[in-house]
Design a binder for this molecule. Structure first.
Ligand SMILES: [Zn+2]
Ligand SMILES: [Zn+2]
Length: 343
């Protein structure tokens, strides 16, 4: 079975790996699509991020969908041939945080394609995957590409949940990669009254407008900024920070109203915060990390036609073109979500 394996920065290989045996409660899946995520790109371009480094070869990937090809003993509710989205979230269900319902903070999390623990958790960019049945959500009615968007959509639904009530609220989204765009879709679905999006790329801002942003602002353009929102102590109730870039956050602060909420989704390493300005406005900073129940919610929203992710999938490459796919996925002048077709 072919797998996409990172050995070191810029050393991505298609290696043969064992599929593994099918145990009770598990399903074997022929992977159909895999979406390349920002974290996959960090491993590819830099060999990791922050303190997290690749210390052994690791199969990448955690945004996958596929068709069920075999059922293990005791599996019910899934059928051979069925298209499923596979959640990469594999909490233990028994640690203190799992028992509190905070599965995304599981002490024994085995999230696909993560070099945080050692040995690393191998990822899902492979032709065949054995997964727990509980990770699989029916994607009936969706394309394999849409189904593979279930993971980033879940990240954004969790982020929007951190913001609290959005009905009629004014929302600023900084960073218009796939997470920013999915946040726009999720915020609109949650009832946001006004959505403004910022980025440095005209291409991604065009897509943000198409996704439903009421206005887009290119912060790289000297004639365009957020100054128009500074009057009367600011304009926005909520900031969904998706860039992980300190300048984006810094520029957004004066546009936030007193009591405004910042939800930080972007993982940009150490960002410095303008604490004085945040304190004087009584802003609230809320982190958002991964997801758990939102995975199934996202699939359901797509199936009902309430969130359409199809326009975000700009490129699909074959497995043999994996390196080209990773190069394209990082190009914010022409790519939004790049996916790999496995079968
Ligand atoms: Zn992802
Ligand atoms: Zn746990």
């Amino acid at each position: 079975m072919k797998s996409i394996v990172i050995h070191a920065a810029k050393d991505l290989r298609i290696d043969e790996r064992e599929t593994g045996a099918l145990g009770p409660g598990e399903v074997m899946i022929a992977i159909a699509r895999g979406g390349i995520c920002g974290s996959d790109l960090h491993y590819y371009n830099h060999g990791g991020f922050g303190d997290v480094r690749i210390r052994e070869p690791m199969t990448l990937g955690h945004e996958v969908s596929g068709h069920v090809i075999a059922l293990g003993d005791g599996v019910t509710g899934l059928a051979v041939g069925q298209l499923v989205a596979v959640s990469p979230s594999r909490p233990c269900y028994s640690c203190r945080y799992c028992r509190e319902g905070r599965h995304n903070h599981c002490l024994n999390m085995r999230f696909y394609g993560s070099a945080m623990p050692f040995p690393h958790i191998q990822g899902a960019f492979r032709e065949t995957l054995v997964a727990e049945a509980s990770q699989c959500v029916s994607a009936e009615g969706l394309t394999p590409g849409e189904a593979a968007m279930g993971e980033p959509l879940a990240v954004c639904l969790h982020g929007v949940r951190q913001a609290g009530e959005l009905l009629g609220k004014r929302v600023l989204v900084t960073g218009c990669g796939p997470i920013g765009l999915l946040c726009i879709l999720a915020a609109r679905r949650a009832g946001a009254g006004e959505i403004v999006a910022t980025d440095l790329s005209d291409f991604t801002l065009g897509m943000a407008g198409a996704a439903g942003a009421d206005r887009t602002v290119n912060m790289a353009d000297a004639s365009d900024d957020l100054a128009g929102y500074h009057a009367d102590k600011g304009h926005f109730d909520i900031l969904l920070e998706c860039s992980g870039a300190a300048p984006a956050l810094r520029a957004a602060i004066p546009a936030l109203r007193p009591g405004g909420i910042i939800v930080q989704l972007g993982l940009g390493g150490d960002m410095t915060l303008p604490v004085q300005a945040m304190t004087a406005r009584e802003l609230q900073l809320r982190g958002s990390f991964r997801f758990h129940p939102e995975f199934a919610t996202g699939l359901s929203l797509m199936q009902k036609g309430l969130i359409d992710v199809k326009p975000l999938i700009t490129h699909t490459f074959s497995l043999n073109e994996a390196v080209a796919a990773f190069e394209m996925a990082g190009d914010r002048t022409q790519a939004m979500k790049a996916q790999i077709a496995f079968n």
